[in-house]
Design a protein around this ligand. Structure first.
Ligand code: SF4
Length: 966
């Protein structure tokens, strides 16, 4: 067949022999690995010529991206060769922020860190605060913290999307992204909440492409129409922070129309479980349980109480039951319907707050119902449920949803995320064909184990902790607080201030450490967390805290800061000891089932990074360094009985030989001495080699009968228990009503041994509602809404992952500066035109920015791209680079604390349930500013790159060496 080419000059037919070769060999070696230009973890092929990177392509065999590569992934070359790469360990010799560093050897760097950390461990391990950023080795870093003995550990989740994760884990035992995905092949209606160009990047693009090809309706709910919203069939430009109200208004409409899947609710959820209704009693709001502790339902046939989960029972979903002891009880569904059928959640009430017309809310609810109930899909796949009943087909409700930071980074985000899952449950879509599908190892029990370690008896000098620093509390007794309620963690996670802070609270560490609240620390040890710039609220204030000194001693309030990064980021300037990391193409790495793996709904998967090139600088992979420090400190598990290092070859050894429990290690593929084990098995010395031979990833396929209803599918729960995903092969019941939350509320009402201090009582009582509810974000209610009438939010662009692309010459050409985007009509009301300069003022601060007008934004909202603005000189950019002179950060406007309450106490600017940073609650006003020199504000003194960095090239370019002579 000839190849037909159509061009503006005509149509040409090429014979087979004359065909263009669109992918001629250009390299002398190709190595597979995993991209790390964002958090999506696509498979890539790195082409090398003469030991240098020629180009990067997507790996077509990889399950995450199937060959798709985004602009960031392709620009990995410029990340790898960036002139901002650190080259040698550094010790601070001037004041913090002066960038006066002395180059030192690794031996000295590691000896210094060992001395600092060893002293802490032998006296009070809590005086080490160890926090990481978008770290993909949390299974290692969390374990290291445990073995060190400090509870003061977390990664970046607390300021990213813990509401999304925790909201899901406390409701369905899973969530979106790494936890689950839409059934792209079968869904017939898709709703996307709060997602611009975000986590799960390439899979979402591939999935949306599929939906477009099948003509499936795609509705995007986002204050800003960029990224995915640009191709949505319908865009709802909602007011920030009101998504939960919209979702519950949809629930209101579905309940009113009787469009909920009652069979699904009875089989798979706690809808029929009886809830005690005895206001004021210690058991009010808890589930009725039988003598064996099982929740109880009311059997309509037998007119008697029966244990929940008995498949032969016809449980009541409404009405009131009088228990044998005289107490009254009501099914969960009854309470739920009562709440959401109330006028508070009517489309009219929601319209006034969300900006979405009531008629639109009604129509969307009707469309959801139509897709779910009139277009049900059925797969001819027989399966057996967890109670042993055989089903001939898998019937599903083809409605699916996805959400991310836009709905979770609010002070009401936890309940909003839970509300979204309640909506999916009511429609019967959770792990049903066409709906949301869990990715193994999810679903997990609700909530999953383990609980956070760090109670008084669990932290001792020279000892490891008994468990991990992060986990999922099930009641007040699991909090990490002193008897008087004082937080035991430096970030106040798992305290009465943020009881379910499952990912910790990185955003509060520096402020608390500087204030010595709840206690002073000795060393702040951080990895990949740019806290002196775009990863901090109140950036200028954070810089002040990093440099604040105790007037009595002249010492820094945070006495020591150790920092590891591959690049000269803003945070480097404020560290005392810098441990230079490699780029992602120079090290072993692991995307583990023990962490956040690359599974698909059809089977578990994990992957690795292999060193594509050796480092050409005096740098070391952070994970190797951490294990080396562990051995020097003689941390349990990191040294042998004779004192030698357990993992002398660093992370590669750890990945191969570490066992979390017998047979379970960081990697699930090719286990066992002969490499034939899957999931379980002894360490295999050849394991990494097998991964490299297989494209650096492993995956397993679930049997067809195990692929849906995983929470209640016999074949799946047996498989999951075999693989150690769950402890027992038992069904997981979806929790519309959360008894865990009610336990906290009861404590606030004065019941139980663990109760909140008076200061926190009302707050815990109000926000630990066992059913999701909507309340206005605090930034609006606590401040003067009239003085700050606009919402201000950021969006992540497709071509820049926060500050990760700051040093990347190719990506800088796409996003070298940012503007503040404003609705055309609103700008007109303010007398502003395109390109004008404005002051943007919040209750906390003021910045100066240049505006751009558009139509695709909620009229009460202004927005900008995230993390484009840079500190002059950082990332080895010229001080006059547009990132520093024209660009800006909204971070300067965001206070890390809420306004003072009665008694002077200031809560973190965060969700009261999980402590998630409420970035997107920011309120501002905008006024014209003089253009003057066209400089954004504030401007900071330029940072001076360490002398060991290469000189800044006037022009960054790459690839001339590969040009063929003409
Ligand atoms: S989405 Fe792009 S940057 Fe992110 S991992 Fe995939 S290819 Fe890399």
């Amino acid at each position: 067949m000839p190849l037909v080419i159509m061009s503006r000059k005509g149509v040409f037919a090429l014979s087979a022999s004359a065909r263009l070769d669109t992918s001629p060999p250009v390299s002398d070696e190709v190595r597979t690995t995993t991209c790390y230009m964002c958090a999506c973890r696509c498979g890539i092929k790195v082409h090398l010529t003469d030991g240098r990177i020629r180009y990067i392509e997507g790996n077509p065999d990889h399950p995450v991206n199937r060959g798709v590569l985004c602009a960031k992934g392709a620009a990995g070359i410029m990340q790898h060769y960036a002139p901002a790469r650190l080259t040698k360990p550094l010790r601070r010799i001037g004041e913090r922020g002066e960038c006066a560093f002395q180059e030192i050897e690794w031996d000295e760097a590691l000896a210094t860190a060992t001395q600092w950390l060893g002293r802490i461990r032998s006296t009070d391990p809590r005086r080490l605060a160890f926090f990481t950023g978008r770290d993909q080795s949390q299974a290692l870093t969390g374990w290291w913290a445990s073995q060190f003995g400090t509870p003061n550990y977390a990664a970046h989740g607390g300021f990213c999307s813990v509401n999304m994760a925790a909201g899901g884990m406390y409701t369905i035992g899973g969530s979106f992204w790494e936890f689950g995905e839409p059934d792209w092949d079968r869904t017939r209606y898709f709703m996307l909440f709060g997602c611009a160009e975000d986590h799960d990047s390439n899979p979402l693009k591939i999935g949306l492409g599929q939906l477009k090809g099948r003509g499936v309706k795609f509705v995007s709910i986002n204050p800003v129409r960029t990224g995915y919203s640009a191709i949505a069939d319908e865009w709802l430009g909602i007011r920030p922070g009101t998504d939960g109200l919209l979702v519950l208004a949809l629930v209101h409409e579905l309940l009113r129309a009787g469009k909920v899947d009652l069979d699904y609710l009875i089989r798979y959820t706690n809808a029929p479980w009886l809830v005690i209704q005895e206001p004021g009693a210690a058991d009010d709001g808890l589930f009725v349980r039988d003598e064996a502790g099982r929740p109880v339902v009311f059997d309509r046939t037998a007119q008697a109480l029966r244990p929940a989960g008995d498949p032969d029972v016809r449980p009541a979903l409404k009405g009131e039951v009088t228990l044998p002891d005289g107490r009254r009880a009501t099914p969960v569904f009854h309470l739920l319907a009562e709440r959401y059928l109330a006028e508070t959640y009517s489309p009219e009430a929601a319209a006034a707050r969300t900006g979405i017309p009531a008629a639109t809310i009604r129509r969307i609810a009707a469309e959801l119902a139509h897709a779910a109930f009139d277009q049900a899909v059925a797969l001819d796949v027989p399966w057996t449920d967890a109670w042993g009943r055989r089903h001939e087909r898998m019937v599903g409700r083809p409605v699916s949803m996805h959400a991310m930071r836009g709905i979770s980074a609010h002070a009401n985000g936890f309940h909003t995320c839970r509300a979204l899952h309640v909506l999916q449950i009511l429609l019967g879509t959770i792990d049903a064909p066409g709906g949301f599908r869990y990715k193994p190892p999810y679903p997990k029990p609700i909530p999953p184990g383990p609980k956070p370690a760090g109670k008084a008896g669990e932290v001792a000098p020279g000892q490891p902790m008994a468990g991990p620093p992060l986990g999922f509390p099930t009641g007040p007794e699991d909090l990490l607080v002193e008897p008087d309620g004082t937080p035991r963690r430096i970030d106040k996670a798992f305290s009465w201030e943020a009881p379910l802070a499952a990912h910790g609270m990185l955003h509060t560490v520096i402020a608390n450490a500087c204030a010595g609240d709840p206690y002073p620390i000795d060393t702040l040890f951080m990895y990949m967390a740019n806290m002196a710039w775009n990863s901090a609220m109140n950036t200028a204030g954070t810089i002040e805290m990093l440099t604040a000194k105790d007037p009595a001693t002249g010492e820094y309030r945070i006495p020591r800061i150790i920092y590891s990064d591959a690049y000269f980021s803003e945070m480097v300037a404020y560290a005392d000891l810098i441990l230079p990391d490699t780029t992602y193409l120079e090290r072993w790495d692991c995307i583990s089932l023990l962490d956040r793996p690359i599974s698909s709904a059809d089977g578990p998967g994990d992957s690795i990074r292999q060193p594509v090139l050796p480092p050409d600088r005096d740098v070391r992979p952070f994970q190797d360094v951490l294990l080396d420090l562990g051995a020097r400190l003689a941390l349990p598990g990191m040294v042998e009985a004779d004192g030698t290092a357990s993992y002398p070859n660093g992370y590669a050894d750890y990945l191969t030989y570490h066992e979390r429990k017998p047979g379970i290690g960081p990697l699930a593929g090719w286990r066992g001495a002969d490499g034939t084990g899957t999931g379980r098995g002894a360490p295999n010395p050849e394991q990494l080699q097998r991964y490299v031979e297989h494209g650096c990833f492993w995956r397993d396929e679930l049997a067809p009968e195990a692929r849906f209803y995983k929470h209640a599918n016999r074949a799946y729960v047996d498989y999951a228990a075999r693989m150690d995903f769950i402890e027992r092969a038992e069904p997981i019941v979806l929790q519309l009503y959360s008894e865990e939350l009610q336990k906290f509320r009861l404590a606030a009402e004065g019941h139980g041994a663990a109760q909140p201090p008076a200061r926190h009582r009302e707050r815990v009582r109000a926000y630990f509602d066992p059913l999701p509810f909507w309340y206005p974000p605090f930034e609006g209610t606590a401040g003067d809404e009239a003085a700050f009438p606009l919402h201000a939010i950021t969006q992540r662009p497709a071509a820049m992952y926060h500050s990760w692309g700051s040093m990347n010459a190719w990506l800088r050409q796409i996003h070298g500066s940012n503007r503040l985007y404003l609705h055309r009509r609103r700008a007109g009301q303010l007398g502003l035109a395109d390109d004008d300069w404005v002051w943007v003022t919040s209750r906390h601060g003021r910045i100066k920015a240049q505006i751009r007008l558009m139509d695709g934004v909620n009229p009460d909202t202004c927005w900008t791209w995230n993390a484009i603005g840079k500190r002059a000189g950082a990332w080895n950019l010229a001080p006059e680079a547009p990132e520093a002179t024209k660009s800006f950060l909204l971070n300067h406007l965001i206070d890390e604390l809420l306004p003072e309450r009665e008694g002077g106490y200031r809560y973190a600017n965060a969700d009261p349930v999980t402590g998630q940073a409420a970035w997107y609650d920011l309120r501002v006003r905008i006024e014209r500013a003089p253009a003057e020199a066209g400089l954004s504000a504030p401007q900071f003194a330029p940072l001076r790159p360490p002398a060991s960095l290469p000189a800044r090239p006037a022009t960054s370019s790459y690839g001339q060496a590969f040009r063929r002579p003409r």
